[in-house]
Design a protein around this ligand. Structure first.
Ligand SMILES: *Cc1c(COP(=O)(O)O)cnc(C)c1O
Length: 428
């Protein structure tokens, strides 16, 4: 069913003129141009248009904040995080191919919060796809949980006692279990190319909305955790988008900036809990993709088998680690200075941009775009504590607040419980 779509064999290139022509296009047209480069005519132009229209039917505002520094808001999808881009496109592309092949699958995924809710909402009511989401029941917010547990239908959610890593382990064990083959398990994790491809689109979009000249270069500051967002940007650059520099902004999980500096990779284990909680990743799975893009190889355990081209990597990316203290300071400063609310993930991105601006004043004329990856209303307690304002909640989140939740279907203590549950649910 993947038909090459989920592999990244060769990155297509767009001409300078094509990229230049994006400035007069709307988002759906840009998306069509970019995606069809990847998938050729595997999906017809009409069908693709329909998929993009339906998946990405929300606004992607870009706002000038200061001099040459812009923010692009990726938080206007139904679950109010940028994960809606990847999850919603992936869902519709998968459904399309399953329809053609007349097949059904089960998506099995573990979440620390944002991915599970985006995936659950994205696949909700898809007739050929069931979704099983595992989440650490004491470690996600009420709102994050409700985004998954209020759905029902084809969405099954399991709250697990333990941490995200425990959920992840159960998922991995199930994937390797031959006795579960008939369940037709598939993953929706962030290295899935169907999720990465749509994450190139907002780079093209935001770029084309702020530049004045053809081939003008831009700086992107990307709040990074599992590095799927940054990987989307790197692919956009390889496709021809003129990018001066990526700023990979991480929280206290600083394995990547340390690697860029020293060439030695050490995962952060266990990962450090920061208020930008969707970025609490001590060993990002998309590093494998990034290494690959730069001629290197790293395995799941974090062992480097081939060192990537460090010169090229350092030329394209700088990376800064922002402490929780500095993140909070940035939320306060940002509000005082611009009278706008920024949430913890975006604040990490904006704080990293300030470090870059101070370190490379010769690039002050180069415009920058920082991605705001979530909506402030998802972090009310933190924001109220810092600036004494209750962030306004978008309609899609308001709706969920009062919906009844489906109860946890089974107490899962170990893999045996989990497997039993899957076998009961998916008898053939
Ligand atoms: C997932 C997430 C990130 C990190 O994105 P990656 O692609 O994992 O690097 C940043 N901000 C928010 C709000 C997220 O949900």
């Amino acid at each position: 069913m993947d038909k090459g779509l989920f592999m990244l064999n060769k990155i297509p290139r767009l001409t300078d003129d094509t990229i230049d022509s994006f400035k007069n296009m709307d988002f759906v047209d840009i998306a069509n141009n970019v995606i069809s480069k990847f998938i050729g005519n595997i999906i017809s132009r009409e069908k693709l248009q329909q998929i993009v229209n339906n998946a990405l039917d929300f606004k992607i505002p870009i706002e000038k904040i200061a001099n040459n520094d812009y923010i692009c808001y990726l938080d206007r999808g139904p679950t109010c995080s940028f994960k809606d881009f990847g999850a919603r496109m992936l869902a519709r592309i998968m459904e399309h191919f399953l329809e053609i092949d007349n097949k059904n699958i089960t998506i099995l995924t573990a979440t620390s919060g944002d991915t599970g809710s985006a995936v659950a909402q994205a696949f909700y009511k898809m007739s050929r796809i069931k979704v099983v989401v595992l989440y650490p029941k004491n470690e996600i917010s009420d709102l994050q949980r409700k985004q998954m547990t209020t759905l029902g239908e084809n969405i099954i959610t399991l709250g697990i006692k333990g941490k995200f890593d425990d959920c992840q382990k159960l998922v991995k064990t199930a994937f390797a279990d031959k006795e579960l083959r008939h369940v037709n398990l598939s993953s929706a994790n962030s290295i899935n190319f169907g999720r990465l491809m749509p994450q190139t689109l907002y780079y093209f979009w935001s770029y084309s909305k702020i530049v004045d000249k053809k081939n003008e270069k831009v700086i992107f500051s990307v709040p990074s955790g599992n590095f799927g967002n940054l990987t989307g940007g790197l692919i956009a650059k390889k496709m021809g988008l003129p990018i001066e520099k990526f700023i990979s902004a991480v929280n206290e999980n600083n394995e990547f900036p340390a690697f860029l500096r020293t060439g030695v990779y050490t995962k952060v284990e266990p990962s450090i809990n920061c208020i930008s909680n969707a970025m609490n990743v001590g060993h990002p799975s998309n590093l494998a993709r990034i290494f690959d893009l730069y001629g290197g190889q790293i395995d799941e355990k974090g062992i480097i088998h081939r060192i990537p081209n460090m010169e090229e990597l350092r030329n394209d990316i700088v990376s800064y680690s922002i402490s929780d203290e500095a993140t909070k300071d940035e939320i306060v400063n940002f509000y005082n200075k611009y009278k706008r609310i920024i949430e913890p993930h975006g604040a990490v991105g904006w704080a990293a941009l300030q470090i870059y601006r101070n370190s490379y004043p010769k690039n002050n004329d180069v415009k920058s775009i920082t991605f705001e990856t979530a909506n402030p209303s998802k972090f009310p307690l933190e924001i109220i504590k810092l600036i004494d304002i209750v962030p306004e909640m978008p309609y899609s989140l308001l709706l969920i607040q009062d919906k009844p939740e489906f109860p946890n279907p089974k107490e899962i203590n170990d893999y045996t419980d989990f497997k039993e549950f899957l076998l009961e649910k998916f008898q053939d």
